[in-house]
Design a protein around this ligand. Structure first.
Ligand code: LMR
Length: 409
């Protein structure tokens, strides 16, 4: 009966982690999965998280009861303010439906279900390249996917012309998935002017934007700056189409395994829409979907994030924590670039400092990446994506020399 089930290869990203863990070489370096490490190469529990945990555990009413089906309202309403801004017109007008999700992946899954149920037949456009899971999540719900050009390998820059052309050529009302900031895997974000052109192109075809916001605060250390594209989209598309936002707190709160996140749906501002009624209907559909899949979302991470976001003191600490993480990553980018240049490693390396967020799309070929792993115990994704957060003062010399060797090989 079950004999014909096909064995699949390990997941590309988690497979790296597995190989790295099994590697017994002392100088091994993990630049695979996107998870922040401190300068000793260790996972970092943010001080704001430690303080929030302490407060939660001290609360005499602390318990492990179920959250409601839509999760913690303390989390989702504070999370909406972070994404859309305290003074967001859409928020004030009650045009945003927000529910808790199982981190960014769970939010994307909700979006995929929503599209397949209520917007059937619409294709979803994703960047080429993109986070590997995007394809899998939407395909699993039967959503047709297509790609738009993004990374121009010859110049290591954004292929704006191809990007805009694809948006304009896509069937009216398509769904366009945009990385809100710190594009994964390239680390290359549009400039503010380019964002404006992208959103205008979207508006010209009545497309629906789905923002994947997994790195707010990681790109620049500044939440408002990293929400620029989303807020511009909400403003410019207000009279055009709904917007989906999939928000993760895995990276910016360092709560990787706790799966805290939110899904937001922004309704357009149109006279023929009874906002309260439509929002109520959508929220009820989201509840039904969540109930059948996870019953209700996990509480622990949500409580911590909600505590941080709803306490001015902890929020202040959290902002500092994000600056600590993003500035250490920036320092490592500079140090790697400088070492490669000083060694005379063939090629140009400025893109490493020009990119932002957790990752650098190094431009190393799959063969070079393979050699880095087999000969030097340096692990990165075969596309050449390196998680810069895995670099530190103790391993950067080894990594720079290893890259030099594989480039010259
Ligand atoms: C990554 O891209 O490395 C992270 O988003 C981890 C994941 O879930 O794939």
């Amino acid at each position: 009966l079950l004999n014909n089930i096909q064995q699949l290869p390990p997941d590309a990203l988690f497979g790296i982690k597995q190989r790295y863990t099994q590697d017994s070489r002392a100088n091994k370096v993990d630049l695979g999965i996107g998870a922040y490490r401190d300068d000793k190469g260790k996972p970092w529990v943010l001080p704001s998280v430690r303080s929030a945990e302490k407060l939660i555990h001290e609360d005499p009413n602390y318990n492990h009861e179920y959250l409601g089906i839509n999760g913690s309202p303390e989390l989702s309403s504070a999370a909406a303010k972070i994404v859309f801004g305290e003074d967001s017109k859409a928020l004030q007008q009650g045009r945003i439906a927000s529910v808790q999700s199982l981190s960014g992946t769970g939010a994307l899954h909700i979006a995929a279900k929503f599209i397949s149920s209520f917007l059937p037949g619409r294709s979803l456009y994703i960047s080429e390249p993109t986070w590997a899971n995007h394809n899998a999540i939407f395909k699993s719900q039967g959503v047709q996917t297509a790609t738009y050009p993004y990374w121009q390998a010859s110049t290591k820059t954004l292929d704006m012309e191809g990007f805009l052309k694809t948006i304009k050529d896509a069937p009216t009302g398509s769904v366009i998935l945009l990385h809100a900031c710190a594009h994964n895997p390239t680390g290359l974000d549009p400039t503010q002017d380019q964002w404006s052109d992208i959103i205008d192109a979207v508006a010209s075809k009545d497309h629906i934007v789905l923002f994947d916001s997994a790195y707010q605060g990681f790109a620049s250390g500044d939440l408002d700056r990293d929400a620029y594209a989303i807020r511009l989209g909400v403003e410019k598309l207000a009279r055009v189409s709904p917007i989906f936002v999939c928000q993760s707190f895995a990276k910016n709160v360092g709560m990787y395994g706790e799966r805290a996140g939110c899904f937001h749906l922004v309704l357009p501002e149109q006279e023929n829409i009874d906002t309260a009624k439509v929002k109520g209907a959508i929220t009820s559909q989201l509840s039904s979907l969540i109930r059948s899949e996870v019953s209700n979302p996990p509480a622990y991470g949500a409580k911590i994030v909600a505590k941080i976001l709803n306490s001015p003191e902890l929020t202040k600490q959290w902002h500092q924590d994000m600056i600590t993480m993003s500035s250490r990553i920036t320092e490592m980018r500079h140090e790697l670039r400088d070492r490669l240049v000083a060694q005379g490693t063939p090629g140009t390396w400025d893109h490493i400092v020009e990119q932002c967020g957790m990752f650098s799309y190094t431009g190393l070929s799959p063969e070079m990446v393979k050699r880095l792993e087999t000969q030097h115990a340096v692990y990165l994704v075969s596309s050449g994506r390196a998680s810069i957060a895995g670099l530190n003062h103790g391993n950067i010399e080894h990594v720079a020399k290893a890259i030099d060797e594989v480039v010259r090989h």
